[in-house]
Write a protein that binds this ligand. Structure first.
Ligand code: GLN
Length: 483
């Protein structure tokens, strides 16, 4: 069996059945990264020796589990006690975490092999990976274009077949948007399904870890492994263990698909509109009914998100002062200078912009006008979804307004960059799950996707609905040609 562009499920089965050794599978990915990653720059760090050592242990039967021998890459904001955890920031360039993120520990407990850490926009703030202090990641479909962000390294690594799956984090779209631009599946689970312990915080009420995979089936398997209550994260939900894989291939009967006019803007690129219309036809041919739903507060998503997320970020990032954590300036003149210079040198422009915006929104004179008002509108956005789910099982919409844009196109215009998240942030504000599924190629040969939402804690149902689409289509088999 050749691991090339195989699904995670196929690889784990092949290793379990000894059709391929874990060492051969690991070698395949490491060679592929060696050959192509200087053009893509998906990785910040690779764990070659650790990978080969664990693979040999899998082959010797010393490591077992649901994911035994499966190479998985993780976003470089997930802590591991080995290697560095940098958030693609100068601030944490030398940071070695003293502990392991729960989600990563759960992967290792099932025998997965962490192959390396992937690039991101600094502290997960951005939509293109151009904000990385380690240099940008390129889109494997066209290296003049961005892979999306902030988990652009994880999306590009998945798309370029550098690992059997990858993990990312999604605060306002950072799994789903890069998944869309790189032509892979990306799931943002319900807030609280996956422990955030060991995920370096950006905006704690919005952040959620989730998988990038080739198929929905692979995402379901990873969710089975990584979700669950964790005493170390008080916001993780205390629910009975969920089995996302068990019912996955059972289609939902009498499926009702919600379409909201607020997501079907005329300014979407035609390829995006076509992908959504095509998906409507696919679901109709499987007997689904289409219902119109109204999400009247959709347009407030971006302003609310950029108040709530920056407010939380300004508080979370206060710890990087060169004393508690992070880069410390050389030869400060006094204590104030130590803090100020360490932060000025350690943070990039976008992170500074977010800290300033968030601090402004939280300062005493403006707290009610901005932060409190944003929280009220956040509630209205959540209520829109609650009402919509009385009429439908899922909402089908685009993930992005267009295909991957050219590197440099939006770097001088922060607002244009923020508007990338127009179809993704509301899921984070409402805490509901959302999944990006490949939906074909545009005329220029770039990936387009569809997005599906479901009600909170209906992740298993959402995966079943997404699986129905992949059963009927083969867009997820499309792959880029690497030069
Ligand atoms: N692009 C959004 C931002 O810049 C989302 C980031 C994320 O989900 N981490 O904030």
């Amino acid at each position: 069996m050749q691991p090339e562009f195989q699904t995670l499920v196929a690889i784990k089965n092949a290793i379990a059945d000894k059709k391929v050794s874990a060492v051969d599978a690991a070698t395949y990915y490491l060679n592929r990264i060696e050959q192509h990653d200087q053009n893509i720059h998906a990785f910040n760090e690779l764990y070659r020796d650790y990978v080969m050592q664990r693979a040999a242990q899998v082959d010797a039967g010393q490591i077992t589990g649901k994911l035994a021998g499966v190479p998985i890459a993780i976003k470089d904001n997930l802590c591991t006690p080995y290697g560095h955890t940098t958030c693609s920031s100068k601030m944490l360039a030398n940071f070695k975490a003293p502990y392991m993120a729960t989600a990563v520990q759960k992967l290792e407990d099932e025998g997965a092999i962490i192959i390396g850490k992937t690039n991101l926009d600094e502290f997960a703030m951005g939509s293109s990976t151009e904000n990385s202090a380690m240099g940008m990641t390129k889109n494997p479909w066209d290296t003049t274009r961005v892979p999306g962000g902030s988990s652009g390294g994880s999306a590009a690594a998945m798309s370029a077949d550098f690992a059997a799956a990858t993990l990312g984090s999604d605060t306002g779209g950072s799994i789903r948007q890069p998944a869309a631009l790189c032509g892979v599946c990306g799931l943002k689970p319900t807030y609280g399904k996956v422990s955030r312990f060991g995920l370096i915080a950006f905006a704690s009420s919005l952040d959620q870890i989730g998988p990038f995979t080739r198929t929905v089936e692979d995402a379901a398997l990873l969710m089975d492994v990584i979700c669950g209550h964790d005493a170390k994260d008080s916001t993780s939900a205390n629910l009975p263990p969920a089995d996302h894989s068990l019912q996955l291939h059972k289609p939902i009967e009498n499926l009702r698909i919600g379409i909201a006019k607020q997501y079907m803007s005329d300014s979407n690129e035609p390829a995006v509109t076509k992908a959504v219309e095509n998906a409507i036809d696919v679901y109709k041919s499987m007997g689904a009914t289409i219902v119109e739903v109204d999400l009247p507060h959709t347009e407030y998503g971006i302003p609310v998100y950029y108040i709530v997320a920056t407010a939380e970020a300004s508080s979370n990032l206060a710890r990087y002062d060169g004393v508690h954590y992070g880069h410390r300036t050389k030869n400060p003149s006094d204590l104030y200078d130590l803090y100020a210079a360490s932060r000025a040198e350690g943070f990039g422009d976008e992170v500074k912009r977010r800290i300033m915006l968030g601090t402004y929104a939280l300062c005493s004179g403006y707290y009610d006008a901005y932060y409190n008002r944003a929280l009220k509108v956040r509630r209205l956005i959540k209520q829109d979804f609650d009402k919509a789910y009385e009429q439908c099982d899922t909402i089908l919409c685009p993930t992005t307004t267009g295909v991957a844009f050219k590197a440099g196109d939006k770097t001088d215009d922060p607002l244009a960059m923020y508007l990338n998240d127009v179809y993704t942030v509301n899921a984070n504000l409402a805490g509901i799950p959302g999944i990006t599924v490949p939906g074909g190629l545009s005329e220029e040969g770039l990936p387009v996707s569809i997005q599906l939402y479901a009600n909170a804690y209906e992740d298993a149902k959402l995966l079943r609905i997404a699986q129905m689409f992949q059963t009927a289509t083969d867009y997820h088999m499309l792959r880029p040609e690497l030069g």
